[in-house]
Design a protein around this ligand. Structure first.
Ligand SMILES: Cc1ncc(COP(=O)(O)O)c(C=O)c1O
Length: 366
C-alpha cells in the first residue's frame, strides 16, 4: 500500500522533539497565544522574509482575515482562479465580495496574467492568485498589473510554503498572504492551522486584532473580530517541522523530478516547471486522457491517487447558477484530465518506480 502522503514516516523522525515539546506545554498550561505561537510567528516571518506573521486557526481564516484587513467588502470584485480548493472563493464570499473567475495557464495550471488584465473593471479591488500545487504563479506580471491598476494583491499560499521566485518567498510579494497548515500540507500541523503575513504595520495591527476578538488590550474591543488563533500545541509541532522545511521541500522536488523523468516517454503530460520560481510540489499533478483507467489500476494495487480538482469552482453546485455564463475552457479541460500521484519527502525511489510501472502497463498495453 502506498498512501498519497506518508505522515507516519515524518512523525517517526521527529517524534521525540514533538513529544517533549507537547509535554512541556501541558506542564506549563499556557495553551492560548503562548510562547510557542509567539516564537513560531517570529520564525515564520524570518523564514518568509516578511515583517509580520500572525498565526490563525486555518488557511481559510487566513484568507478571510487578509481580505477584511485589506478593506475588501460588499460588491467589490476579486479576480481569482476557479481551479483551486473552494476556500479561496469562500473567503471572498465571506466578506460580501464577488469572485471573478478567470482562466489558467494550460501548462502551469496557475491563473493567467493576460486573463486577469481582461477581467479588470472599475469594481475590481483585488487579485487573489493561488500558487497551485506548490508552483508560484507568475507574480512578476501579476504584481505589475496590481501596481498599474492600484489593486490589492492577496496571495493564496495555502499550497506553497517554501516556494520562491527570484529568491523571494511566496507570500512576501503581495500586500498580504494566507498559508494553511492542514496536516497534508508541505508544512502541516496535527490539525488545522494557518498564517497571515504582510509587510504593512497597519495591516498587521488590524490582523492581530481581528484574529483575537477585535482586541489589542485584553477585554478592550475595538472592532468585531474572530476567535481565530493558532493552537499552542500546533505551534510546537509546526516549529519542529519548520526547522526541516527546506529538506522536506527538497525531498518533494526529488520525487517530482524522478516521476517526470521515468514517465517522459509515456502518453501523458507531466507537471511543467516554468522556471520562474522554485516549485515545492505540494502535489504531483499530471494530465492523462486515460485518467480513469490509470486510477483504477493504481487503486487495484492499493496505490493512492486523487483528482485535484474534479469540478472547477464555477461549475460547483454552490456557484453554478451564478456563473452559468462563464466559460473557462482551459480550466475545464484540466479538471477533466488531471490526476495526482502520491508525493511526500518520504516516498522512496522504489515506490516511485513501482507506481510508474503500474501506469506504464496501462498506457502501453495493446
Ligand atoms: C488553495 C487553498 N486555499 C485555501 C485552503 C484552505 O486552507 P485550510 O484547509 O487550512 O482552511 C486550502 C487548503 O486546504 C488550499 O489548498
Amino acid at each position: 500500500m502506498i498512501p498519497m502522503v506518508n505522515l507516519k514516516a515524518q512523525y517517526a523522525e521527529i517524534k521525540d522533539e514533538i513529544e517533549s515539546g507537547l509535554a512541556e506545554t501541558i506542564e506549563n498550561c499556557s495553551f492560548i497565544l503562548g510562547p510557542n505561537v509567539q516564537a513560531f510567528e517570529k520564525e515564520t516571518a524570518e523564514y518568509l522574509g516578511v515583517k509580520h506573521a500572525i498565526a490563525v486557526a486555518s488557511g481559510t481564516d487566513a484568507l478571510h482575515l487578509a481580505l477584511i484587513a485589506e478593506g475588501i467588502g460588499a460588491g467589490d470584485e476579486v479576480i481569482t482562479t476557479a481551479f483551486t480548493f473552494i476556500a479561496t472563493a469562500e473567503a471572498i464570499k465571506y466578506v460580501g465580495a464577488i469572485p471573478v473567475f478567470v482562466d489558467i495557464d494550460p501548462k502551469t495550471f496557475n491563473i493567467s496574467p493576460e486573463a486577469i488584465e481582461k477581467a479588470i473593471t472599475p469594481k475590481t479591488k483585488a487579485v487573489m492568485p493561488v500558487h497551485l500545487f506548490g508552483q508560484p504563479a507568475d507574480m512578476t506580471a501579476i504584481k505589475q498589473l496590481c501596481d498599474q491598476y492600484s489593486l490589492k494583491l492577496i496571495e493564496d499560499c495555502c499550497q506553497s510554503f517554501g516556494a520562491s521566485i527570484d529568491g523571494k518567498q511566496t507570500g512576501s510579494i503581495g500586500h498580504t498572504a494566507g498559508f494553511s497548515f492542514f496536516p497534508s500540507k508541505n508544512l502541516g500541523a496535527f490539525g488545522d492551522g494557518g498564517l497571515v503575513v504582510t509587510n504593512s504595520d497597519e495591516t498587521a495591527k488590524k490582523l492581530k486584532m481581528l484574529h483575537n476578538h477585535g482586541s489589542d488590550v485584553r477585554y478592550y474591543h475595538d472592532v468585531i473580530g474572530y476567535n481565530s488563533r493558532l493552537d499552542e500545541m500546533q505551534a510546537v509541532i509546526l516549529r519542529a517541522k519548520l526547522k526541516r522545511i527546506d529538506q522536506y521541500n527538497q525531498g518533494r522536488r526529488h520525487v517530482g523530478r524522478l516521476y517526470s523523468e521515468l514517465m517522459a516517454d509515456l502518453p501523458l503530460t507531466t507537471p511543467f516547471e516554468d522556471g520562474l520560481g522554485e516549485h515545492v510540489y505540494h502535489q504531483y499533478t499530471l494530465l492523462c486522457e486515460r485518467r480513469d483507467e490509470v486510477m483504477k489500476a493504481l487503486q487495484d494495487k492499493q496505490i493512492g491517487c486523487a483528482v485535484y480538482y474534479p469540478v472547477p469552482l464555477h461549475r460547483q453546485n454552490v456557484f453554478k447558477q451564478e456563473y452559468a455564463n462563464v466559460s473557462l475552457p482551459v480550466t475545464e479541460f484540466v479538471a477533466a484530465n488531471c490526476m495526482s500521484l502520491p508525493i511526500c519527502p518520504f516516498l522512496e525511489d522504489d515506490s516511485i518506480k513501482e507506481i510508474v510501472s503500474v501506469i506504464r502497463d496501462v498506457l502501453t498495453a495493446a
